[in-house]
Ligand binder design. Structure first.
Ligand code: ZN
Length: 578
């Protein structure tokens, strides 16, 4: 009855102030500070949280209402300001930002309107359970097994792993509804949230609690500075971690509770489950071997890399900086090396810009494959990424100029772009300016000095005589889609020295330019040269070969392209003797 009375009062407030649920500005506040006491009870699959939030009004108008959202499997217990309970309506809010496909949303009447740029402190309490739930995926038709391997978050006696915003809203967030059936909506909503929160601070105290006389399993948190403690009081035993994320950056606060064993080496720590000693050792060995190679490209590791095993062997891996959650089943050293290359790069090199941060880590994986198995193997590896990229680039049916800017590498929140496309961009830059110049540019990068999108491009430009502005324009500052190369003609001419000079004209039908390899093939061999072909332009190159040329191919696969079917040109050998 009390609750109903409160609701009525709040509804009156909402009506009087002329605000209705449809005009709520859910993204008005940035949560600049979290101070949360979290209690995890694996036996009950339960999470209970008490804490304090600081909300800053980043909108242009005073705000009388604040919106706080947690997973729909959690319930709000109290919301106060300065010890005074605030009235709030709690309602389910459908959104695919949470694994359950919905949020428990508290619409809170603030004690007074909060002016733009001003802040308000709230004391909060909520609790509930976090069980395996992939509703947001199954309701759009994903097969259950596949959905569960993707949304594996849960609190459970055997294995607990819970990721934050974008997976499980186990700490409060405030976002507009995300919809997985609408292409980019989840990426966009989550991207906006992370951008707003990047400078925020989160202090977490997590207690894993057992009262049956048993010691709780190990607690692992994705923040390197955590202080871990173990405490026993009679039958109650607590494993706790005290951590501060400052700033949050792009990190998604995550905790894992499992009966782990640990391999601890100089560069890496692997937390593994019983029976997986071989796979874990293999992983640690692979990582240790790679340290010199990664150091040469990206500098020495600034922190120890941490890997923790996911219990479900089918589970999708999750990374957070140099912390990786992954199944550890295989003992294939190359696969272990591939994962370690990415993780070690994060430990050595970081940037607040996803295209630099993730792009470099994926680029490192391609470099590792080349290092192990040669350039062709690296191009084949990148091909896997390029299919995701082509799909992402094709979604722009009628490109508008704002799309070019929004989808650019410097602005995008689309993973296919800031991972796969960025990897290709780093690879192309390396092909254009060479290893040494690119290594120097990377070594001169300082994340705290990266205030402008042009900062990194300028560092790269400083290492070469070539003008790269057109390249950054087409690939980094704007999204001009992908190039489409075509060998327009290839004329061979026999020289005085009995060799052949082939004049190749390459047309680029796309809106993004690139420097692309041109390969002239002849009996028993081939010659590769590179030609720069700007958007909607042609490039001409002359290539000398010793035997009659048979075929010309543009692009060895190192430049992502929208159409690779028009890249080969057959040369009639008879013509060559004319
Ligand atoms: Zn990464």
């Amino acid at each position: 009855m009390k609750l109903r009375g409160q609701r009525l009062v709040l509804l009156l407030i909402l009506c009087v102030s002329g605000v209705n649920a449809f005009s709520l500005n859910r993204e008005a506040f940035t949560f600049t500070k979290y101070d949360l006491d979290v209690r995890v009870e694996p036996e009950q699959q339960r999470l209970g949280v008490r804490g304090r939030l600081t909300l800053r009004n980043d909108s242009a108008t005073p705000q009388k209402i604040a919106v706080l959202q947690i997973s729909s499997s959690l319930d709000w217990r109290s919301i106060k300001a300065g010890e005074k309970p605030l009235q709030f309506v709690s309602q389910p809010y459908t959104s695919d930002i949470d694994h359950t496909g919905a949020l428990s949303e508290a619409i809170v009447a603030l004690p007074e309107a909060v002016a733009p740029k001003s802040s308000v402190d709230l004391e909060i309490a909520y609790e509930g359970i976090i069980v395996l739930d992939a509703t947001r995926l199954t309701r759009i038709g994903a097969p259950t097994a596949q959905a569960n391997s993707s949304d594996w978050d849960q609190i459970n006696t055997k294995f607990t792993a819970v990721r934050g915003a974008g997976y499980v809203a186990w700490y409060p967030i405030a976002t507009e509804a995300a919809d997985l059936s609408e292409g980019k909506s989840l990426f966009d909503v989550l991207g906006r949230w992370k951008t707003r929160e990047a400078a925020s601070k989160m202090h977490l105290h997590i207690d894993v609690f057992r009262d049956d006389g048993e010691r709780p399993p190990e607690l692992v948190i994705n923040e390197a500075s955590c202080a871990m403690m173990y405490e026993a009081m009679g039958r109650s035993q607590i494993y706790s971690g005290d951590c501060t994320y400052q700033p949050l950056g792009l990190v998604v606060p995550t905790f894992v509770v499992a009966s782990y064993e640990v391999i601890d080496r100089a560069a890496i720590q692997v937390h593994y489950l019983s029976g997986r000693n071989n796979a874990a050792t293999n992983y640690a060995d692979a990582a240790e071997k790679l340290v010199p190679f990664i150091t040469e490209w990206f500098g020495g590791p600034r922190s120890k890399v941490r890997t923790a095993e996911l219990a479900d062997p089918e589970a999708a891996s999750f990374e957070s900086g140099s912390f990786l959650l992954t199944p550890l089943t295989g003992t294939d050293a190359k696969l272990a090396g591939l994962a370690a290359a990415h993780q070690l790069t994060h430990a050595a090199f970081s940037s607040p810009r996803p295209w630099i941060n993730e792009g470099a880590a994926h680029f490192a994986q391609a470099l590792y494959v080349q290092h192990q198995s040669g350039r062709q193997a690296a191009l084949d590896y990148m091909q896997l990424h390029r299919s995701a990229l082509s799909a992402a680039e094709q979604q722009t049916t009628a490109p508008r100029s704002e799309d070019e800017v929004n989808r650019s590498l410097v602005n995008t929140s689309d993973e296919a772009l800031y991972r796969s496309k960025a990897m290709c961009v780093w690879w192309m830059l390396r092909d254009m300016i060479g290893d040494q110049a690119l290594k120097k540019a990377l070594a001169s990068y300082r994340p705290d000095e990266d205030k402008e999108p042009s900062y990194m491009p300028r560092l790269i430009q400083a290492q070469t005589q070539r003008d790269l502005e057109w390249f950054f324009d087409d690939w980094v500052y704007r999204d001009h889609g992908l190039p489409d190369f075509k060998v327009e003609s290839a004329f061979p001419r026999k020289t005085m020295t009995d060799e052949y000079l082939v004049t190749v004209t390459v047309a680029n039908l796309g809106k993004a330019g690139a420097e692309v390899p041109v390969i002239v093939k002849f009996a028993g061999g081939e010659i590769v040269k590179r030609v720069e072909v700007r958007a909607n332009s042609k490039g001409v190159i002359r290539i000398e070969v010793q035997k009659p040329p048979e075929e010309v191919v543009v692009n060895d696969g190192s430049v992502p392209e929208s159409d690779m079917t028009n890249n080969t040109f057959k040369i009639e050998v008879a013509d060559a003797s004319k």
